[in-house]
Write a protein that binds this ligand. Structure first.
Ligand SMILES: Nc1ncnc2c1ncn2[C@@H]1O[C@H](COP(=O)(O)OP(=O)(O)O)[C@@H](O)[C@H]1O
Ligand SMILES: O=P(O)(O)OC[C@H]1O[C@](O)(COP(=O)(O)O)[C@@H](O)[C@@H]1O
Ligand SMILES: [Mg+2]
Length: 320
């Protein structure tokens, strides 16, 4: 193999740049030419493909976003569009593709694999919702961002004896809510994986007040409903002087944590190692602190991400 390419796709996540750097530097160290594809699958189909040089990677490990840019490009679900992408890869003499992205991007890599083009997925999304890995690149940074925001909100909640409902990201997964909620001592964490009882939440706030804790913090994952909608429900069960906040895209940006940088470096290096061994059609992950690679088709078709819902029980045991 002489030439590989790398792209980032779907919602950006901090640490994607570190992963592109790792794939590129590991490839270059092994004598490969590494090409960067701009704007995800959109750029692939349009042929926006450029060779990366060592200097292109300088300083990237510490930066947020993705310097290769990303895109939501639903057209890539069509077979004719996928085949156009493969044509572009072949035209550039590229023999394997590393896709850094979330569950949607993995489906794109799966389709390329099914068409016979060697593709490897590296998990990059703040949602942590990809099967075949315990952690995705960007999750730790997003959790730390949400944690800092929740700490700040707790300060003002305590000062004004208020109840805050804070919506964190996670399209269909409660992982960010669980980790940031536990880290901030939330009074309740509402996640899409489990039902909730609004009366029970109202009772927690009342009980807090009866025992001298006059402020409360409720963390809700966006996959359940908006903070505003939840506030409306809660308001029907009492006057808690509540405020609703949506953290939004601040969770997606910023300098990656050291953990995300190291994870990205491990994944990128491992992807190149596998390609050099002649392996492909794989989804890379980390499980119990060991790097793993699984068949991408089997991973996506037969497995689901399992949010560690026991973390909610932990929070319920530890809260006020
Ligand atoms: N079923 C699919 N088949 C082919 N490509 C897909 C599929 N689903 C998503 N993609 C591609 O992956 C891109 C990113 O997916 P998306 O769900 O937006 O983000 P993420 O990868 O972060 O989950 C989509 O815009 C599309 O180009
Ligand atoms: O930035 P957009 O396109 O509005 O998408 C928001 C979504 O992207 C995310 O931030 C990341 O999800 P993906 O990795 O699937 O792109 C979700 O948490 C959120 O629901
Ligand atoms: Mg996704």
């Amino acid at each position: 193999m002489k030439r590989i390419a790398v792209l980032t796709s779907g919602g950006d996540s901090s640490g994607m740049n570190a992963a592109v750097r790792a794939v590129s530097r590991a490839g270059m160290s092994a004598g490969l030419e590494v090409y960067g594809i701009n704007y995800g699958y959109k750029g692939l189909v349009e042929g926006d493909i450029v060779q990366l040089e060592p200097l292109d990677l300088d300083g990237r490990i510490a930066s947020g976003g993705t310097f290769l840019h990303s895109a939501r490009f639903p057209e890539f679900a069509e077979e004719s569009v996928q085949l156009k992408g493969i044509e572009q890869l072949k035209r550039h003499g590229i023999e394997a593709l590393v896709v850094i992205g979330g569950d949607g991007s993995y489906h794109g890599a799966l389709k390329l694999t099914k068409h016979g083009f060697n593709s490897i997925g590296i998990p990059g999304t703040i949602d942590n919702d990809i099967p075949g890995t315990d952690f995705t690149i960007g999750f730790d940074t997003a959790v730390n961002c949400a944690t800092e925001a929740l700490d700040r909100i707790n300060d003002t909640a305590r000062s004004h004896q208020r109840t805050f409902i804070v919506e964190v990201m996670g399209r269909g997964a409660g992982d960010i809510a669980l980790w940031s909620g536990i880290a901030c001592g939330a009074d309740a964490i509402i996640i899409p994986e489990r039902d909730y009882d609004i009366q029970e939440i109202a009772d927690i706030i009342v009980r807090n007040k009866e025992h001298g804790k006059e402020h409360s913090l409720i963390v809700i994952a966006e996959g359940v409903m908006s903070a505003d909608d939840f506030k409306r429900q809660l308001d029907e069960h009492g006057d808690f002087d509540s405020r609703a906040i949506t953290l939004g895209h601040i969770q997606r940006g910023g300098r990656p944590t050291a953990k995300d940088r190291v994870l990205a470096s491990l994944f990128g290096d491992y992807a190149v190692k596998l390609l050099l061994e002649g392996k492909g059609g794989l989804a890379i992950g980390i499980h119990n602190n060991e790097l793993e690679a699984h068949d991408i088709i089997d991973t996506l078709e037969n497995h689901k991400h399992h949010t560690d819902v026991a973390l909610q029980d932990l929070n319920n045991r530890l809260r006020f």
